[in-house]
Design a protein around this ligand. Structure first.
Ligand code: SF4
Length: 197
């Protein structure tokens, strides 16, 4: 709950009615987030794609399914171990990158989700999430797999966006998908360890 008494459900209801940027005009659904808000872990992507917009769920398109498969392979339960969302809650037309104005207009929602969830583990899926949350403007290849401090008791890690993984063969040694699986295993270890504290 926020200091003003709003819960995650309240913030979700605000998002479902939000008209704060142009993306409201073309959306079928607001994709707010899924998973366990009490898990202490939040995974943050960029913005919904076509299938996410259709179903109102994050990471359910072709690339999202690949990420979910890798998460499960790494031991992560999306229902229990984490909360999954995006920086921007409505689909940019043609799956373009959200504009600065759209990211700013939507920042209230991700900021509120973070304030309520109080994560101890943050996973930034792709460079836009990395730039928006940590203000780090580096290619994911240079920073992925490393734990970065976020406040006093939280650590963040950036991983490749799954749309990037689809450009390469899956399961080949040192391929981006295998590297991401290793990163997700590190993330699982931290989340699992924190459960017992
Ligand atoms: Fe509102 Fe965010 Fe959707 Fe824009 S993208 S209409 S700010 S919920």
């Amino acid at each position: 709950m926020l200091a003003n008494g709003l819960s995650l459900d309240d913030i979700g209801s605000q998002a479902f009615n939000c008209q704060a940027c142009n993306l409201a005009k073309g959306r079928l659904n607001v994709v707010f987030g899924v998973g366990n808000p009490l898990s202490g872990a939040i995974f943050i992507g960029e913005a919904p794609g076509a299938q996410e917009d259709e179903l109102g769920l994050p990471f359910v398109g072709r690339s999202g399914k690949l990420l979910r498969e890798l998460m499960v392979k790494a031991g992560l339960s999306i229902d229990n171990d984490l909360y999954l969302t995006n920086i921007v809650k409505c689909r940019p037309p043609g799956n373009r990158t959200p504009s600065r104005a759209e990211i700013d207009a939507c920042s209230y929602f991700i900021d509120s989700q973070m304030a309520i969830i109080k994560p101890k583990t943050i996973v930034l899926i792709g460079s836009l999430a990395l730039k928006s949350i940590l203000k780090i403007n580096l290619p994911i290849s240079q920073i992925r797999g490393k734990w970065l401090d976020y406040g006093s008791d939280c650590q963040a890690m950036a991983i490749f966006h799954p749309a990037y993984l689809l450009r390469f063969g899956q399961g080949l040694p040192n391929s981006p998908s295998e590297v991401t699986l290793l990163d997700l295993r590190k993330i699982y270890s931290r989340i699992d360890k924190l459960k017992s504290i």
